[in-house]
Ligand binder design. Structure first.
Ligand SMILES: Cc1ncc(COP(=O)(O)O)c(C=O)c1O
Length: 418
């Protein structure tokens, strides 16, 4: 016998074990001020590249006005209860119709949170006789959905279509025995690398195998495709992707999420997605604010144009300076560098403290030892000046990294930085 709490006190988990040094700096940093490209960190203004505010909507004056007016009208609690019981409104339905038309699907179900929402949709979509085939690098919420599944699930190597087909063959053999069906799950845009799920190749496999496809387009909705309808629009396969999920927390700068697809299947989900049936519906403040955002997304292509201007300026600038930004074809901009933990820490601190640039960094144990990944999110809210200052900072700090300037025995204690 052991006490549960004793184990947690001894071992805080893979990331938590670094909290003594990282808390408040790398993990749980506090950014202050108006959300945008310039915010305060530890009292000093920084250029911020960590917000998935792709279209710059989160702090757009028209959005702020609409949110404030909706809050004054409804308060935060309205409506009470789940959609099924007492929390349904005409505005919820109106937003669902707007979203359906935008992503060219028959119907839509609003979800109060993306993570639980899509996890619970996966739970509702499959029975123990069905098989899930999913990308190995799918987001944690998709993996948790797979974990809820009582039947078989097979993962394929990230974006490896040959492996995807191999796993489909395994799945096909299995469902021949169980009598179930196959659900394939991928993302539209992968949030760490900016790679797009190869939707075109996956849907082409429908000629050979029978399956339904669900995509999580959290990083694509609003940003990708000629109208911003997402990665499947960008790849010209909207009619072949059976279920389209995205969240309002990124391009939309809000909260909540949705899933769109065939009318009868959305009706099934309405009556079977446990995280919605047994939880409060999306507040009207959010719903009305989202209706405003959708109107802006549809009528203001300049938001997307500004985003892509900034994406291209940043990504071309990094490539021209010899940085490895991998295979991104989306706004997500990773910068891959080699270095150990003390070096990575030294470099981030230099960039943050001396060049006043705030971006996220990923190191061991999230990725293998010896690698450093910076992740920058260009948005419509950034200026050319923000980008140019950042490019100069990256150029100078990379020279320092290459010359060994950040080599150190140990990482500094960021938690006690003055
Ligand atoms: C790919 C992906 N799916 C789902 C989610 C979860 O969405 P939400 O924050 O609305 O719960 C996120 C993160 O926000 C994400 O990056």
């Amino acid at each position: 016998m052991s006490d549960l709490f004793d184990r947690m006190r001894k071992d805080q988990g893979p990331i938590g074990n670094h909290l003594d040094r990282a808390h408040g700096y790398f993990t749980f940093p506090i950014l202050e001020g108006e959300l945008g490209s310039r915010m305060k960190f530890r009292g000093k203004e920084k250029i911020v590249w960590s917000l998935n505010n792709y279209l710059g909507l989160v702090n757009h004056p028209e959005v702020r006005k609409a949110d404030a007016e909706a809050a004054a009208k409804y308060g935060m609690g309205n409506p009470m209860g789940s959609r099924m019981m007492s929390g349904n409104t005409k505005l919820h339905r109106e937003l669902e119709h707007i979203l359906s038309a935008f992503v060219k699907r028959e119907d839509t179900l609003l979800l109060n949170f993306g993570y639980q929402g899509v996890m619970s949709c996966i739970d509702a979509l499959v029975s123990r006789h069905d098989v899930i085939v999913h990308d190995a690098e799918a987001h944690a919420c998709l993996m948790d959905g797979v974990r809820l599944h009582l039947g078989y699930s097979y993962s394929y190597k990230h974006n490896d279509i040959a492996d995807c087909e191999k796993q489909l063959q395994r799945a096909q053999k299995m469902v021949a025995k169980t009598g179930g069906g196959i659900l394939v799950i991928t993302e539209g845009v992968y949030g760490m690398s900016g790679s797009q799920g190869n939707l075109k190749d996956i849907v082409a496999l429908k000629d050979k195998y029978e399956f339904r496809l669900l995509i999580d387009d959290a990083h694509g909705f609003g940003a990708m495709g000629p109208t911003g309808a997402g990665t499947d629009e960008a790849q010209g396969v909207q009619d072949k992707v059976d279920l389209y999920f995205s969240t309002f927390v990124k391009s939309m700068g809000s909260i909540g999420a949705f899933i769109s697809g065939p009318k009868d299947i959305i009706t099934y989900l309405k009556y079977n997605v446990r995280s919605q049936i047994f939880a409060k519906s999306l507040p009207l403040v959010v719903v009305e604010g989202m209706i405003k955002r959708m109107e802006m997304v549809k009528t203001m292509p300049e938001l997307r144009e500004k985003l892509w201007h900034n994406v291209n300026r940043l990504q071309n600038g990094l490539r021209e300076r010899g940085f490895d930004i991998g295979v991104t074809t989306a706004p997500v901009t990773p910068v891959y560098l080699k270095g150990d933990l003390p070096e990575a820490t030294g470099m981030v601190m230099d960039i943050r403290e001396n060049y006043d640039i705030f971006c996220s960094v990923v190191v061991y144990p999230v990725i293998p030892k010896g690698q450093i990944i910076y992740r920058l999110i260009p948005t419509a809210a950034h200026s050319d000046e923000d980008t140019d200052i950042t490019l100069r900072a990256f150029e100078e700090t990379k020279k320092k990294l290459d010359s060994g300037a950040y080599k150190a025995e140990d990482i500094p204690d960021m938690a006690t930085l003055k």
